[in-house]
Write a new protein. Sequence first.
Length: 150
Amino acid sequence: MKKIFFSLYLSGVLALFAHNAAAQNSLPLENLEEYNIRLISSEQGISAYSGVNDGLQLKIEASNGEILKIVLMFDFNNGGAKRSAYAMETIKIVANLMPQKIISLTEAQDMLYKKLAAMNAERDKDVFTFDGLRFECNCINGMMNIRVTQ
């Protein structure tokens, strides 16, 4: 009985790893190795991935190799230089995951940085679009959450 259970369990685990590898290969993750992105869930055709690098947490939702949503979270109480770096990194990630969507990276970085600089660290929200992408910036108790969707 234990052998049967173990073989069924092992085949299920191997199938999950095969699905994980196939799904990750269909996403443009090659420029984001430093985030150590992992599959965290897969349900009804929608896969969720997560990774962290230097205080910036990244979550991605995808379906059939198409990015549905990108969520970035970081500590908003850091100084202006760190916010600027997070704004640049956010736009870089979006440009990598949604190629050909952002026409001018510099303009997008400047716009995001200006929006972040105008926000209150305790509680604030700003929603804007840039090159057809919707950016939802929510700051609650010093934690910034940026959602990017098409």
